[in-house]
Design a protein around this ligand. Structure first.
Ligand SMILES: C[S@@+](CC[C@H](N)C(=O)[O-])C[C@H]1O[C@@H](n2cnc3c(N)ncnc32)[C@H](O)[C@@H]1O
Length: 230
């Protein structure tokens, strides 16, 4: 008798042997997320899944965040839209397998897109959809979480470091994108209690500006993030 739960958690014996690819079951994902229940409700609380596969944790977190936004912004599709883009921008993943990265990006976008249509009773406009796709493509990275480098189609390190963008709404509809290498974030990350344990971008302003940590910054309308930088 095949074990159904096991078969949905494994794609092939080769992938398990080569990359340790065993996906976490939904029940375990939700039990773990229940431990950080409140963080999963805030649109701007950031999560990094360093070996994200096709996004079992990230997609469950996104669903929780969007459910909360739906409850909070019942009568305001505009606020829902803006905050749902913040929620998308709060989720980061790295995986060495390109097919997993593509599946994870597609999955996050579909969840966001379907929820948007259900809540706003209309499809998002092209610009907003492009913004959501762009942010997801920057946040879910085909890379090696051990060497902190991007990888090629064969999973081999390239010369490009993994770079994460910090997305923050700075006023009204203005979104700021600040780029940092994952290596610098891990080196200079301040995990003191005041900064929140494990807050990926918990660097002091001095740390951000000094020592070449900070790479580049763009500020634009949240619907136009795709028009600046790659
Ligand atoms: C055990 S699976 C977990 C997937 C997902 N986090 C989950 O819980 O369902 C491990 C994942 O790590 C990826 N992986 C293996 N080595 C990696 C590395 N050095 N850097 C990034 N991802 C890696 C594999 O491709 C696989 O998708």
């Amino acid at each position: 008798m095949p074990n159904l739960q096991q078969s949905s958690q494994i794609k092939s014996k080769e992938r398990v042997a080569q990359r340790g690819e065993v996906f976490t079951a939904e029940r375990e994902v939700n039990a773990m997320l229940d431990l950080v229940e409140n963080e999963c409700l805030r649109p701007d609380s950031r999560f990094l899944e360093p070996a994200c596969g096709d996004g079992n944790f990230l997609s469950a977190i996104l669903k929780r965040k969007l459910a909360e936004l739906r409850r909070k912004y019942k009568k305001s599709p505009r606020d829902y839209e803006k905050q749902s883009i913040v929620a998308i921008g709060s989720l980061y993943g790295v995986d060495i397998m390109n097919d997993n990265v593509l599946a994870c990006r597609e999955r996050l976008f579909s969840i966001w897109n379907e929820e948007y249509t259900a809540h706003c009773k209309a499809e998002a406009c092209d610009e907003t959809r492009k913004a959501a796709k762009f942010i997801i493509s920057r946040n879910i990275i085909n890379g090696n979480a051990l060497t902190l480098m991007c990888v090629d189609a064969d999973g081999k390190d390239t010369s490009a470091p993994i770079v994460f963008s910090e997305w923050s709404l700075i006023s009204g509809t203005q979104m700021q994108r600040s780029d940092y290498t994952m290596s610098d974030l891990l080196t200079y990350n301040d995990t003191s209690v005041e900064n929140g344990m494990g807050n990926l971008f918990a660097l002091s302003e001095d740390q951000k500006e000094e020592g070449g940590i900070f790479l580049r910054r763009y500020i634009t309308h949240y619907k136009k993030v795709q028009d600046y930088g790659e």
